[in-house]
Write a protein that binds this ligand. Structure first.
Ligand SMILES: Nc1ncnc2c1ncn2[C@@H]1O[C@H](COP(=O)(O)OP(=O)(O)O)[C@@H](O)[C@H]1O
Ligand SMILES: [Mg+2]
Length: 250
């Protein structure tokens, strides 16, 4: 069986800080994984490593059957990424940026333009003609980042906190897009610190805490394993939600 994603002892240290601590994970093709964890759990660091944006300290990563360390370009050709900082080129207009991204993936400008029109219409992204990305609102940037992740029809999609700072209507559109991709066999991984997002959307869940995998499986598997009623109590059980008492001055 060829895994869509295979992590072996994946580790990232920043000085003394261990951000990701020996992650082992295997995902079958077509899976939709929600990587859930508190702020600072190591979600973004993991995503950056598996998409080739950050070098691991230790461990290996295979994406779509390819060794990421040995074959980074071949991997990047087939994946789409919506990174934490969105990494847009702010001095271009949105359409220019998507042409630029399209060219990197070998798309001609006419194809990039046609896909951009469809994406903008689907996402209700309607920037003033010629407006630079630097003048886009946060939500518009987020949408543009999603367009860039999708324009080359990736086989695998990585989204870091895709619903952060996004209105409810757009959230629903993004969920629709993700569901459509899943039915077409695209492997999806998103991170979120919000349980409800992962619980509702992702058939497979990985819970990360202090860089370690605390749980992995379907919601049912996790519930049964921990004997917890819902994901919230499970989450608190797994990552520990110590009562810190009341604020002294309130
Ligand atoms: N470039 C960096 N240098 C030092 N520490 C970092 C760096 N990036 C992340 N960290 C630390 O690693 C931990 C995990 O961060 P991150 O992966 O961003 O968490 P999450 O996305 O789950 O909120 C945090 O403690 C964070 O402060
Ligand atoms: Mg993060």
């Amino acid at each position: 069986m060829e895994w869509a994603l295979e992590l072996n002892r994946l580790t990232k240290r920043f000085g003394d800080k261990v951000a990701v601590d020996g992650l082992d994970l295997r995902l079958p093709p077509g899976a939709f994984l929600g990587l859930l964890g508190r702020n600072g759990a190591g979600k973004s660091t993991t995503l950056k490593m598996v998409t080739g944006l950050l070098q691991p300290t230790e461990g290996s990563i295979r994406v779509l059957g390819l060794d990421l360390g040995a074959d980074p370009i071949a991997v990047k050709r087939q994946i789409g990424v919506m990174p934490e900082d969105m990494a847009l080129l702010e001095f271009l207009s949105g359409p220019q940026y998507l042409r630029f991204v399209g060219r990197m993936y070998g798309l001609d400008d006419a194809t990039a333009d046609a896909r951009r029109l469809e994406l903008f219409s689907k996402l209700d992204l309607d920037p003033p003609a010629g407006a630079l990305v630097s003048d886009y609102s946060y939500g518009m940037k987020k949408k543009l980042s999603l367009c860039a992740a999708l324009i080359h029809a990736p086989r695998m999609l990585f989204l870091d906190e895709p619903f952060e700072g996004i209105d409810a209507v757009t959230s629903r559109t993004i969920k629709e897009i993700l569901a459509g991709l899943q039915t077409r066999g695209v492997t999806l991984i998103l991170t979120s610190h919000i349980m409800e997002v992962v619980e509702r959307l992702c058939p497979l869940i990985a819970i990360l805490d202090e860089g370690r995998l605390k749980g992995f499986g379907s919601l049912e598997d996790l519930r049964e394993g921990a004997g917890a009623e819902d994901l919230e109590s499970l989450f608190v059980d797994l990552v520990g939600g110590a009562q810190k008492g009341e604020l002294s001055w309130l």
